[in-house]
Design a protein around this ligand. Structure first.
Ligand SMILES: CC(C)(COP(=O)(O)OP(=O)(O)OC[C@H]1O[C@@H](n2cnc3c(N)ncnc32)[C@H](O)[C@@H]1OP(=O)(O)O)[C@@H](O)C(=O)NCCC(=O)NCCS
Length: 231
């Protein structure tokens, strides 16, 4: 995983082999294999903030098997397992990868600000081994190169309830404003080229700020401010 992150020029929250082994022993990992036993892919679950948050981490697919939907299948499986083991937890992920953003989005994750993630210090300590840790520190943990995505079971249950209610009341006339909102939402969903452009821009700005400050805590000191909204 580390070698793969290096090759991509991105960071990684490094874990020890013993830690990853423990995840397998605890039944908190998904391992994809061929029938012949060849390793195809992997991902594991971590719980944070007294199990209020869960992260599906360490996703990796053997290069020989990429581009065939393996990551998607693994993420679906680990998501299912996370929901079963921690039904009340919010599931989140931090990633720079477009493939993972796509998969997460299909699973119902939404992009969020870092403030909506766990404040568990142990989780954030994991970022110390990332090459972009200076950027995270300079931004007071409010932003970095990774995009944060979150699945909130309470929100999802509410949405499902609203959808069911809307279905029941299909004939109710909606306001023009609401319809415009709805159209906008549908239009943006899946617009990943725009998202990709945003990620590139974010990278450019954050890394430039970090270089200017020599990696110290003063980067960006409020001069350049930007945000990203999914809708
Ligand atoms: C990222 C990675 C896990 C993807 O695995 P994969 O099995 O090739 O992915 P899938 O075939 O399941 O593709 C899932 C979706 O992502 C898209 N995708 C795959 N690789 C992509 C890429 N490099 N750029 C953009 N989109 C990509 C696919 O088109 C697919 O989208 P679709 O459902 O709309 O068709 C794999 O390339 C990998 O192991 N990379 C190194 C480790 C890594 O980056 N891990 C993620 C850390 S957060």
């Amino acid at each position: 995983m580390e070698a793969s992150a290096k090759a991509r020029g991105t960071g990684i929250a490094k874990r020890s082999p013993e830690y990853v082994q423990l995840k397998m022993d605890e039944g908190k990992a998904v391992i994809a294999l061929t029938k012949g036993g060849e390793w195809v892919g992997f991902c594991y679950i971590e719980a944070w903030g007294h199990e209020k948050f869960v992260a599906n981490s360490g996703l990796i697919v053997n290069p020989a098997f990429r581009g065939h939907g393996v990551a998607k299948a693994i993420k679906e499986k680990i998501f299912e397992l996370s929901r079963k083991k921690y039904p009340d937890a919010k599931i989140f992920g931090l990633t720079t990868g477009l493939a993972v953003m796509k998969i997460n989005s299909d699973l119902g994750y939404e992009p969020v600000t870092y403030s909506e993630l766990t404040d568990d210090e142990e989780f954030w300590k994991g970022c110390r081994s990332c090459v972009n840790f200076d950027v995270l520190t300079a931004k007071n943990r409010k932003n970095c190169l990774c995009t944060a995505m979150l699945y909130d079971p309470v929100e999802k249950a509410k949405e499902a309830e609203e959808k069911a209610a809307a279905e029941r009341n299909k004939l109710v006339v909606t306001t023009a404003g609401d319809m415009q909102q709805e159209k906008k939402k549908r239009k943006f969903k899946g617009n990943f080229s725009l998202f990709e452009r945003w990620v590139r821009y974010k990278k450019y700005v954050l890394l430039k700020a970090a270089r200017k400050s020599g990696g110290s805590g003063a980067a960006g000191s409020g001069k350049k401010r930007f945000f990203f909204g999914w809708l």
